[in-house]
Ligand binder design. Structure first.
Ligand code: C2E
Ligand code: CA
Ligand code: CA
Ligand code: CA
Length: 277
């Protein structure tokens, strides 16, 4: 990221600034981001591979800083997690995503909105209450809301998380394991948690056309999911060959640039309208 000018730039650019100082600077800029309206949610379509029908969309956070420009979530989410600001971000994302969902189901009543949740967020007792409040307020079907959880060391600790998931199960929202195969989770964990959806990370999908290993991993993930009663979403599908491979393994849903990039809400609504049958 190369901002042009501006008073904030010095915080990020001075060469002898330590990594931890940079993290602190980004964390404080993030706090401002919520107040100063620098955040937005983009939506990336998810498609049933067999029918071509729309399954729903994943909400992806975007941060446009006045000097830094677009700061990628892969950079700021980990900082938000370690600095505690993630709880404010998550509340903001959930609130926005459910407001938008209310508009998306007008076009497609069975539309599923997927929201990324940090493992840390799961330990909060107030988030389920926020969900209940918003679901009621907007009269939304909880079964059309999917929480995407990334595997992490915290998730792997198990017991507490399983409890936390029960709160969400009672509400009726669905739970996906995100980035499956890249983190800490074991097969025992998969079986214990009973996820509704398993998301194959794009790192296994990007080269699926050429890599025998990635083919094996994707096929095995689809088989395991089927035996456990979950369905599979593959992300990072960039061409029709990759899509065809995944489809032949029984992967139900696809997401990736082949279908569409993540879009601003208004553009997503237009895309949705054009892609209804
Ligand atoms: P993720 O949850 O694995 O999201 C998928 C990422 O893959 C997104 O990156 C998406 O833009 C990208 N992607 C989708 N299809 C393709 C494709 O065909 N090719 C390529 N090269 N990339 C593709 P993005 O939006 O930069 O987000 C990065 C990560 O930041 C996400 O990875 C997620 O872990 C995190 N994140 C984003 N929004 C949120 C949020 O609201 N809350 C939390 N806690 N994390 C978020
Ligand atoms: Ca995700
Ligand atoms: Ca992730
Ligand atoms: Ca991923």
């Amino acid at each position: 990221v190369k901002p042009l000018h501006g008073e904030r730039w010095h915080m990020f650019n001075i060469e002898n600034v330590t990594l931890s100082q940079r993290r602190i600077a980004i964390a404080s800029a993030l706090k401002e981001a919520i107040e100063c309206d620098q955040l937005s949610l983009f939506f990336q379509p998810q498609i049933y591979l067999n029918t071509g029908k729309v399954h729903g969309a994943e909400a992806l956070l975007r941060w446009e800083h006045p000097q830094l420009g677009n700061v990628p979530p892969d950079l700021f989410i980990p900082i938000a997690e370690s600095s505690g600001i993630i709880s404010d971000l998550t509340e903001w994302v959930i609130t926005q995503a459910l407001q938008y969902q209310k508009k998306m189901i007008v076009l497609l009543p069975e539309h599923i909105v997927s929201i990324n949740i940090s493992a840390k967020d799961l330990l909060r007792k107030d988030l389920p209450v926020l969900f209940i409040t918003l679901l009621n307020e907007h009269q939304l079907n909880p079964a059309n809301v999917m929480l995407e959880l990334t595997e992490s060391a915290t998730l792997f600790e198990g017991v507490d998380i399983k409890n936390a998931l029960n709160d969400y199960r009672l509400i009726g929202v669905k739970i996906a394991i995100d980035d499956f195969g890249t983190g800490y989770s074991s097969l025992a964990y998969l079986s214990k948690m009973g996820f509704d959806e398993i998301k194959i990370d794009k790192q296994f999908v990007m080269n699926i056309e050429y890599s025998k290993n990635d083919q094996t991993i994707c096929r095995a993930t689809c088989d395991i999911a089927k035996s456990l009663g979950s369905y599979v979403v593959a992300e990072g599908i960039e061409d029709s060959q990759s899509m065809a491979k995944l489809q032949s393994y029984g992967c139900e849903v696809g997401q990736g640039y082949f279908f569409s990039r993540p879009l601003p809400f208004e553009d997503y609504m237009q895309w949705l309208e054009e892609n209804l049958e």
